[in-house]
Design a protein around this ligand. Structure first.
Ligand SMILES: [Fe+2]
Length: 226
């Protein structure tokens, strides 16, 4: 019985050693073979993005005007931008696809700069950048998609204009320019002239309908045509 017990313990420890070696081989394979490949892949993507951003920056408006911001694009940009939360503010996600002017062909490598007021209707306060904390950059990928996760902005304290998100686009072919601002359906401050200007555009209408999810986040979709 004792011999059988010893043989069982021996087999058990052999199995343990074998499993450890297997795990070690797997570790070496994962980190010795797969990880460098992943790093190399990111490096290629990073280099490609750096070249695209350099070309796009050449099309940014270089002067500091009231409305532009592509020139300040950071070195790394995603198709999605997540801005910080602000006390008492509601979260909001705006997403869509950027198309060429034919409204059918998706537009990759488009740099979007956006900015909006805070939950009290102000842009930059003391010591903050010109357009405040609520600004960001997006770079569309092959599918032309973009997404902004931010807070829901408020109208200016004067309430002379509807709440809005300003956006500029910069492409490899066109210099940075302003596009129609995003406004929010149901806002009593939306002007009749803006409604007339944007009506009939379907998913391209910048007056976006927001729906609040069970998670408390407002979501809306608007496509952009270059
Ligand atoms: Fe504004």
């Amino acid at each position: 019985m004792e011999e059988a017990g010893q043989a069982g313990r021996l087999n058990e420890s052999k199995e343990k050693i074998s499993m450890q070696m297997e795990n070690r081989r797997e570790f070496i394979f994962r980190f010795g073979v797969i990880a460098p490949l992943l790093v190399a892949g990111c490096g290629v993507r990073g280099t490609a993005q750096t070249s695209v951003l350099k070309l796009l920056k050449a099309n940014a408006v270089s002067e500091q005007l009231e409305w532009n911001g592509a020139k300040d694009v950071p070195d790394t940009v995603s198709w999605r931008s997540v801005l910080p939360q602000s006390p008492g503010a509601e979260r909001m996600i705006i997403s869509g696809t950027v198309f060429e002017s034919d409204r059918k062909t998706v537009a990759p490598e488009v740099l979007i700069y956006f900015y909006h007021t805070d939950a009290e209707g102000y842009y930059g306060r003391n010591g903050e950048p010109r357009h405040g904390r609520f600004r960001g950059w997006l770079l569309t990928g092959k599918d032309g998609r973009y997404e902004i996760e931010t807070i829901r902005p408020a109208a200016y304290p004067s309430r002379r204009a509807a709440a809005h998100i300003h956006m500029t686009v910069t492409t490899l072919k066109e210099k940075e320019h302003w596009i129609d601002e995003i406004q929010f359906e149901g806002d009593p401050l939306i002007s009749e002239s803006y409604r007339r200007k944007t009506e009939g555009r379907g998913r391209f209408n910048p007056i976006v309908k927001l729906l609040k999810g069970t998670d408390g986040i407002w979501r809306g979709a608007v496509d952009i045509a270059l």
